[in-house]
Design a protein around this ligand. Sequence first.
Ligand code: SF4
Length: 617
Amino acid sequence: MKYKGYIGKILSVDLSARKTESLPLSEKLAEDYIGGCGIAAWFIHEAAQKKVKPLDEENPLIFMTGPLTGTIVPWSGRHCVAAISPLTGIWGEAYAGGTWGRELKKAGFDGIVVTGKADRPVYLKIINQTVTIEDAAHLKGKDTYETDAILRKQTGMDVKVAAIGMGGENLVRFAAVIHEGPAARTAARCGLGTVMGAKNLKAIALRGEGRIKEAQEEELKRSIREKLPKLTTDAEHRVKKACSVFSSFVADGRHGVNNWRDAELEGFRESLLKEVERHAGETKPYLCAGCRTGCVESNTSGGERQTLWEAFAPLGSQCGIIDMKNVQRAYEICNRHGIDSISAGGVISFAMECFEEGLITEKDTDGIRLTFGNSEAMLSLLEKICKREGFGAVLAEGTRRAARLIGRGSEKFALEVKGLEVPAHDPRAHNFLALAYATENRGAIHTGAAPRIEGSDLMKMGEIRFAVSGIPEMVIRGQNYSGILNSLVLCAFSHAGHAQYFSPADYTGITAREVVEWLNLVTGAERDVESLLHSGERIFNLKRMINLSLGLDPASDSLPDRFLTRKRQQGPAADHLPQMKEMLEEYYRLRGWAPDGKITAEKLEELEMKNPVQYDR
Ligand code: SF4
């Protein structure tokens, strides 16, 4: 591998054959697909062509870092997990922060591709390029915090552990991979923990002492010094910043209330801010490797992850709950048992509306009065989902399948896109979000279109929130650019200064200019923004190809009816509905796709990806 930053090795693990192998990472593959989700998509493309099903042994489960992971570049401590999703049946990817990704590189690999299925529970142990498949019978049924503690004790080392809990073991379709025990850095979306469970792979424990080399270390240090703002680390500053972010989300009208039926939940804002203030003021933030700014998602208390927006809203306001103590308990259940808090909140709020509308009764719910605002009901259902017990087994299938199982017209309350539950940002609040949710390859994802590219700050979208003109182009560039950030792998908050703890109030984060400069200084390559965006477009199209191979109907590039026909009624987003048809037509045209959403042969030619599976290994 001529490029620095990479290790140049991929670990291939076949659990059926109990065989592990170190394979070279092709330079050309690194040039075209960079790392992270790009290279993961390249691996999964082959399986998609063979119509592999999510729970099949052949579904490759991929853990992938990027060229910036583990370097001194700020915000570079995240890594990608990908597979064909058991929740949606199409492309699935998720990201976790913390230090696991850096440790994987220090242990001697850019990524891991796991295929096959072990005949009994196992875990993977990787210590400085020595890889063993170990028995995990003693870990069966243990939660992710316990698994982390046991493996650290058993190995006698500070291993970094990625594990599944009961959710993954019981094949809950939205199970997450939880990293580093109570610090709970979660790769939560798309049910990738379910794939791990299907493979009988309980955990991956890593330890490495290698060093990741940068091509121009001194120049890189100078550039980072120059471009990072002066940071303020005191608690008062953290509280102010965190409260301003969460206040702005509520004021913006982004949070779902009662399964997105209503707009306001009395007392939610006050309760939320009190909780945020407590966490941000009293706790010590846990930063991902290389991160200096922290963010509103870095709170830990006694080493345990505290609530964040994607738990506050789905498990809180979306279920009509303002009691943050119970939301925190619910979030802990999600992390210990390893399930996605967004999907969990989505499927429970869906069931609550079904209950309130009389589509299901206490006879269906094992005697639980499943009304909005009933936090005890929510907590009890969460446990049942993880155990696949009683009505929990229905909801463990995710919202789309649960609606099919319940029937009785419940589909209209199922708020998902392509089978993935909607995150905590209302698409009626911004046309940009609406189109991004409808067209993102995973389904409803709030980070699928990156906010800042060359200085245009999409986080300040107030003036254009309901515009149609220009939005499809902005979403396309944002999606292509997001593919780059997720391939490098760089935290999305690097581009959202407002979400950072220690940065000045007016800091708006870095742009693609800094990203490309740092990438070149790390790898020794000579890329520019346009060439990166070209790779981003290729990656986005490859994921679309995966989905089309797996049977995706392009008509699913849309939003649930509720978001297209029912207004929020109150707040700044009241009286607006996204103009989906108009935006989508323009989106397809600008993507260079056919009017029916299929990728054209000309587009594949232009992106030099007529046969993307041919690379020398
Ligand atoms: S901004 Fe937050 S999530 Fe992103 S790298 Fe820093 S601590 Fe991790």
